[in-house]
Design a binder for this molecule. Structure first.
Ligand SMILES: Nc1ncnc2c1ncn2[C@@H]1O[C@H](COP(=O)(O)OP(=O)(O)OP(=O)(O)O)[C@@H](O)[C@H]1O
Length: 250
C-alpha cells in the first residue's frame, strides 16, 4: 500500500526500481512533486538522476513501483510520445535549436509542432504571435527575436530551447543540468527564469551547481545509490552528515 495518497499530486513515484544487468540504478525511489512546485535534484555521479528522468519520460521502464502523473495516469503504461503528449517536457543538457532559423521562428516551429501539420497549413492567428511574444519575454530573448539562433551565446541557446518546450505547454518540465557551461550572469538569470516558469507549472531541475541551486530557493532532494538520501531546504540537506559524506564534502 502507498504511503501517501497520489491524488492532487503532479508526479508521484513510489518504490521505483530499475536494474541494469543486476545493478540497481533506482532502488525503491519515492518522490512526490505537487502542481506548481519546483524541485531541485542533486546527488553524486551515478546516483540515478538521469535514470529517474528516463523513467518519468518513458525511456526506461521500471522493474517495480508506481509512476503516476496528475494523480492517476500510470506513466509506466505509456510510450515516450504518449507521455510527452500528456504534458511532460524534457530539456536535455545539450541545447538543440534550429541554428539557421531566427529565435522567433524556433518558437514558432515549436508551436506548430504542438498544433500538428494540418493546423499549421490552415490555421494562423494573432494568438500564436501573442504566445510567442510571451515566451520570448519569459526566456529573456525579446530583444534578440530576429537574430539567427546560431549566433546566440550558449546560455541563450539553452533559454531558447526552454522556450521551445514552453510552446508545448507542459504541466511538468524536467531540466537536466541547465547551467553547465553558462557564465555566472547567465546562471543567475536562469534561476530567475525557472522561478518565473514554475509559477504556472511544475519543474524538476537536476543540477550540480550549488550556487545555482541556492538561487532557485526551492526544496532539494538528494539522491544516492538510486534512492532519496535526504530532502528539505538546501541549508537542511547541506548540514546532513550523510549528504556531506557522499556528496558535498568531497
Ligand atoms: N543503460 C544502462 N546500462 C547499464 N547501466 C546503466 C545504464 N544507465 C545507467 N546505468 C548505471 O546506473 C547508474 C545510475 O546512472 P545515472 O545516469 O542515472 O546517474 P546520474 O545520477 O544521472 O549521474 P550523473 O550525475 O553522472 O549524470 C550508474 O551507475 C550508471 O552507470
Amino acid at each position: 500500500m502507498s504511503r501517501t495518497d497520489p491524488q492532487h499530486t503532479q508526479l508521484y513515484l513510489d518504490g521505483v526500481c530499475v536494474s541494469f544487468d543486476g545493478f540497481r540504478a533506482l532502488n525503491n525511489l519515492s518522490l512526490i512533486i505537487m502542481p506548481g512546485e519546483m524541485r531541485a535534484i542533486i546527488g553524486p555521479n551515478g546516483a540515478g538522476k538521469t535514470t529517474m528522468m528516463d523513467v518519468i519520460t518513458g525511456k526506461t521502464r521500471p522493474d517495480a513501483g508506481a509512476v503516476l502523473f496528475d494523480g492517476d495516469t500510470d506513466l509506466t503504461r505509456l510510450d515516450e510520445a504518449g507521455i510527452a503528449n500528456l504534458g511532460i517536457g524534457r530539456k536535455f543538457q545539450k541545447p538543440t535549436v534550429f541554428e539557421s532559423h531566427t529565435v522567433w521562428d524556433n518558437i514558432d516551429l515549436a508551436l506548430a509542432g504542438r498544433r500538428g501539420p494540418f493546423a499549421t497549413l490552415f490555421h494562423r492567428d494573432g494568438a500564436d504571435d501573442q504566445r510567442i511574444l510571451e515566451i520570448l519575454d519569459v526566456i529573456r530573448l525579446s530583444g534578440r527575436r530576429h537574430v539567427q539562433a546560431g549566433s546566440l551565446s550558449h546560455g541563450q541557446k539553452q533559454w531558447l530551447e526552454i522556450g521551445m518546450l514552453l510552446a508545448q505547454e507542459p504541466k511538468l518540465l524536467l531540466v537536466d543540468e541547465p547551467v553547465a557551461g553558462m557564465t555566472d550572469a547567465e546562471t543567475a538569470e536562469t534561476a530567475r527564469l525557472l522561478r518565473d516558469i514554475a509559477q504556472t507549472r511544475s519543474v524538476v531541475v537536476v543540477e550540480h551547481d550549488m550556487t545555482f541551486v541556492r538561487d532557485l530557493d526551492v526544496k532539494v532532494t538528494v539522491l544516492h545509490e538510486g534512492s532519496v538520501l535526504s530532502d528539505g531546504s538546501l541549508d537542511h540537506v547541506s548540514a546532513d552528515p550523510r549528504v556531506i559524506e557522499v556528496y558535498l564534502g568531497r
